[in-house]
Design a protein. Structure first.
Lengths: 240, 823
């Protein structure tokens, strides 16, 4: 099967939707991801819930490979880079530093999300730039939570969107997706250990489902139930 | 002691009751210090058989020292003497009432109290410090009691545990949990007497051994011979040639209304909650004047509403209750004088249990009126009568080696008094469930609770259970609270509460059902037409509406499969029909259907294995009929398709019912006997089925329970979950992470094993393969669908994909098909 990236024009920005659950902004030569949730398994472990280690490191390896593959000069994270304030001894903190060592020319900046507490930001390698407010960049506004912004078209994360396709009341296929709305594009969660929440797109939205080799646009009538809301609801909460 | 047995006799005489021999046998055995199992049908006096032994002894205690209230004599500093375990907390308050009454009738002044999830936390705390003589509780609440520091002290005076309806707990994880708690109680008091009460099952001996532990001896006290059961059938006047599930029954509503009117109180049993909703609605539409005297009762209706219905039922205020297995168990509903079973009962023991809900007097005849919901169920009704005559009754198999339950129990002990490894291992091995527990598995569980499993060595901060100078304890308050909260939850899919705008709760339904509704949609729930207003924090807010519901609420949970005993009986019945050696009204009514099956294809019996194949234009179907029940048929279908998908890229859709399964594919499917026999071989069965399980979603779904019980996920309670949000993840996600980063995790193993044993009835599946290998194979190419194949073809809802094509191709094809269908 041929690898095909879906290209969108968002308010003048040319972006490619990648099946690796990331987005490549051609003009800026930047790679964008959302909801990385590093260290989540450590948070569970501290609470007595036995989740094996390794998913944070693996997430960073995937990000590293993707930077190499796209030759991006910049990596922008749309929030929730880490899951909860790390303990100073968490070994994934070293993995972040090693990741930065491997990509000395790549600028990493983060539009902080609800999980990215300031105290946690201090414990992470200082080569990373943090923005606690939405960042306007050319025709786009980069932020964590979806919304509208007069300054430009919004790119966001937070929701971990997942879509189900298939016939009404039957078991179909469920998977992460990009959710394009008239003034906002929601990225799927990038982290390994992140769940998702089913979204119900409105009439003028478009859904791009993550396949194994490409991103597949989902036609309106393939959505579960085949009856869709006419009014937009942005009440979907992130599933952590 | 006989003096006190005499006191009981006198009380029986005052009430004009007869003392039965089995009751005296049970009392005497109890006084001798024995344990055992009392087997007797519901409503035959087994409660008193179990309860009066301890009552008689308490009377003696007070007579020796009249100044001391009973239950306080002797060494232990706790007054608690008897634990009465009930599987349903709804039964607790009635049980408390009848136990107290019997005790005070003996002139004994003791307290009997309930302790369940419904008991207020204040009351529960009081019970820990000032316990009553007897506590009526559930396995979960007993476990929670053990999780308190002073729990063991509270329980230290217990000399008797009585387990009501033990057959209901026997083959579930709740049963395993209870086995472990009983082992702990025996550890506290080696003289503990344990008595189980059980309805009729085939393997009473196993049931007793499981309850008492394999090393203990016990006595089976045989109560009344089960009552005679008369099975009647409501025959439809016209019978379709092609069975199409669910539709036939409602046609019969007129005669059903008549027979309900002719009786005082009717229980109308359906097999699923959704069906009970439909029946309730249909009855009410025909008889709007019954609005006050008709009720709907099933497990998802709010508890307060159910209690209310049960009270009105007992008071004889109801004409009819449409219900599910939610009313299979429980105290006597004496006014009930008719039982109707809609749809096949699917099992012999189940029909006996339901029939026993009427004519609640020892010795009376039980009658049950069966209403078929499709043509083939008429065969099953004839077969169930045959099975009753031949006394082919199902057994229940206890679970073993449930490591999730074991790790939960160990954390419970660590949270309570703390435990030492060696004596606890011995205690755990004294149960039936863990008799065969290997040293390696024990070590793994200990690692899991102390270090988070082998894969967690990288976490210095992991702590749940700590080793403090050889005693394992939980020291973290938050972990302890979370653990206690998760002990109490009975497993289920994510449930969503349903409530009116003023907050009044109606019950629960599957989250998925609500997710697929839009605001403003109307649907049927708890017998009402409701409109969805909005959804917030796992609660769906609704209002009553006059519009007719478009949908009926759905719940997860599989239907009971046709039991092996009944399936065999069905094949025997079909043979007998062909040989003209049986005439029953049911079979006469469907003569023509059986004749069509015979002439268009073949009517299978106990010595044949029928396979039908058909090409329906764009797809090919293969129908196979092993008669192994829905679950094992699903497993067989998965194995056969897994084997097919190994040979070439192919996508197969599976449908199954109790008789057989359908494989459907756009590609060609084999039709010759040799190729087919190779697909049905028992060789490499285990590997092939594990392959099939791994490629499907099935193990992942099963993992939810395990993850919850072993503490990997924490559901919390709706509205209270906020503080725990940082540590919430779906079981599916955890399953994937474990598979990726800790593939040797024994809980993954267990979920595969549970899929094998519980989900697919692996033993039965293997037996079915051995059986079909010996049968004569009859392979027919069909011109059109037959009475046996039609329902499988039409069902479609339960379909499952089995594919060796990759995800990408599947998505694209599914989309293409949907586009085509939509245009």
């Amino acid at each position: 099967m041929n690898r095909s990236n879906h290209t969108l024009n968002l308010n003048g920005a040319q972006v490619q939707l990648l099946p690796e659950r990331a987005l490549f902004w051609e003009q800026e030569n930047a790679l964008l991801v959302a909801d990385v949730h590093l260290g989540k398994e450590y948070v569970f472990g501290r609470q007595g819930i036995a989740i094996p280690a390794g998913s944070s490191e693996s997430t960073l390896r995937r990000l590293s490979a993707l930077l190499a593959q796209t030759n991006a000069h910049e990596c922008i994270v749309l929030g929730d880079f880490f899951h909860d304030t790390p303990s100073p001894h968490d070994s994934w903190l070293n993995a972040v530093s090693e990741f930065l060592d491997q990509h000395p020319t790549v600028k990493v900046c983060i539009a902080a999300g609800n999980h990215d507490k300031p105290r946690g930001q201090e414990r992470i390698d200082s080569r990373i730039t943090w923005h606690n407010e939405p960042v306007q960049r050319g025709p786009l506004v980069l932020q964590h939570e979806p919304g509208q912004d007069d300054r430009g078209y919004v790119l966001a994360g937070h929701i971990h969107p997942v879509i189900s396709i298939g016939k009404a009341f039957q078991r179909g296929i469920r998977g992460p997706c990009f959710w394009q709305q008239p003034d906002c594009l929601v990225l799927p969660a990038f982290g390994e250990f992140t769940g998702g929440r089913s979204v119900t797109p409105a009439k003028n939205d478009a859904i791009f489902m993550i396949g194994s080799q490409s991103v597949v646009p989902v036609p309106n009538n393939a959505l579960f139930g085949q009856r869709r809301r006419t009014t937009r609801t942005l009440t979907a909460k992130p599933s952590t | 002691m006989s003096a006190h047995i005499e006191r009981s006799r006198a009380w029986f005489a005052e009430q004009n009751w007869t003392v039965f021999d089995f009751q005296i046998e049970a009392w005497q055995a109890w006084h001798r210090g024995e344990s055992g199992l009392i087997h007797s049908p519901t409503g035959s006096g087994k409660t008193l058989a179990a309860w009066l032994g301890p009552v008689q002894a308490a009377m003696e205690e007070t007579e020796i020292d009249p100044t001391r209230p009973p239950g306080t004599a002797g060494e232990p500093d706790s007054a608690l003497r008897v634990l009465w375990i009930t599987p349903l907390r709804a039964l607790a308050s009635d049980t408390v009432k009848s136990l107290s009454q019997a005790a005070s009738a003996h002139g004994l002044d003791i307290r009997v109290e309930a302790r369940t999830g419904d008991t207020s936390s204040r009351k529960r705390e009081q019970q820990r410090y000032d316990p009553p003589f007897a506590l009526v509780t559930t396995p979960e609440s007993l476990s929670v009691l053990l999780s308190y520091k002073e729990g063991e002290r509270t329980l230290s005076g217990v000399h008797t545990v009585i387990v009501d309806e033990w057959h209901e707990l026997l083959s579930s994880k709740r049963g395993v949990q209870l086995e472990l708690c009983l082992a702990r109680l025996r550890g506290i008091n080696s003289e503990l007497k344990v008595w189980g009460l059980s309805a009729t099952i085939a393997n009473l001996e196993v049931a007793m051994k499981t309850l008492l532990g394999p090393k203990q001896t016990g006595r089976i006290v045989q109560g009344h011979v089960p009552r005679e059961i008369i099975v009647d059938t409501l025959l439809p006047t016209t019978i379709a040639n092609f069975p199409w599930s669910g539709h036939l029954g409602i046609q019969l509503i007129q005669p059903i209304i008549e027979t309900i009117s002719e009786h005082k109180t009717t229980l109308l049993f359906t097999n699923t909650r959704a069906q009970s909703e439909l029946w309730f609605k249909a009855l009410l539409e025909k008889r709007p004047d019954w609005v006050e005297s008709l009720a709907l009762h099933h497990g998802s209706i709010d508890r307060a509403l159910r209690h209310d219905i049960e009270d009105r039922l007992r008071d004889g205020k109801l004409q009819c209750v449409v219900c599910t297995s939610s009313l299979d168990l429980g105290v006597d509903f004496s006014p009930v004088d008719q039982v109707i079973q809609v749809g096949s009962p699917k099992g012999v023991a189940r029909l006996m249990q339901r029939a026993g809900r009427s004519g609640h007097r020892p010795g009376a005849v039980s009658r049950v009126l069966c209403v078929p919901t499709n043509t083939l169920e008429l065969v099953e009704i004839a077969a169930v009568r045959l099975a009753l005559e031949q006394r082919r009754i199902e057994g229940r198999t206890p679970l073993t080696l449930s490591l999730d339950v074991l790790s939960q129990h160990l954390v419970t002990l660590a949270l309570g008094a703390g435990f030492k490894a060696e004596p606890t291992l011995a205690e755990v091995r004294s149960t039936h469930a863990f008799e065969q527990l290997s040293d390696e598995d024990w070590q793994w569980v200990m690692d899991f609770i102390t270090r988070g499993g082998q894969a967690l060595q990288g976490y210095p901060q992991y702590h749940k259970v700590l080793d403090i100078r050889g005693v394992y304890r939980v020291m973290n308050k938050e972990i302890g609270q979370r653990h206690r909260m998760s002990i109490g939850t009975i497993s289920s899919d994510t449930q969503m509460a349903m409530a009116y705008r003023n907050g009044k709760r109606l019950g629960t339904t599957e989250e998925n059902f609500i997710a697929r509704l839009n605001v403003g949609d109307t649907f049927q729930f708890a017998g009402k037409s409701l409109e969805l207003l909005h959804v917030k924090d796992l609660t769906a807010y609704v209002k009553a509406t006059r519009k007719r519901g478009r949908f009926v609420a759905r719940w997860g949970g599989t239907q009971m499969p046709l039991s092996t005993e009944l399936a065999d009986s069905v094949l025997d019945t079909l043979d007998a029909w062909r040989d003209n050696t049986i005439t029953t009204p049911e079979l006469s009514a469907i003569n023509h259907v059986l004749a069509i099956q015979s002439s268009w294809s073949h009517l299978p019996g106990a010595s044949q294995f029928l396979i039908e194949s058909i090409n329906t234009g764009d797809s090919n179907s293969l129908f196979c009929y092993p008669f192994a029940g829905r679950l094992a048929n699903e497993g067989l279908a998965m194995v056969v398709s897994a084997r097919l998908t190994k040979q070439a890229p192919i996508t197969i859709e599976i449908q199954m019912n109790d008789y057989g399964f359908e494989l459907q594919s756009p590609s060609e499917l084999p039709k010759d006997e040799d190729t087919l026999r190779a697909l049905f071989t028992t060789e490499n069965l285990l590997d092939d089925i594990l392959d099939a399980i791994n490629s499907g979603e099935i193990a992942k779904r099963k993992f939810r329970d395990i993850a919850r019980i072993s503490g990997l996920i924490f559901d919390g309670y709706p509205g209270r979950a906020k503080s725990t949000r940082q540590v919430q993840a779906s079981s599916g996600l955890i399953f994937e992470v474990l598979q990726e980063y800790d593939a040797n995790n024994l809980l993954l193993d267990q979920s595969r094993r549970e899929v094998l044993v519980a989900q697919l009835e692996f033993k039965r599946l293997e037996t079915a393969l051995q059986a079909v290998a010996k049968r004569e194979w009859i392979i027919k190419t069909l011109q059109r669908l037959t009475p046996l194949s039609f329902p499988l073809w039409a069902e479609g809802i339960q379909s499952q994909m089995m594919t060796s094509e990759n995800h990408q191709v599947r998505i694209e094809r599914m989309l293409k098909e949907l586009e085509l269908a939509a245009s």
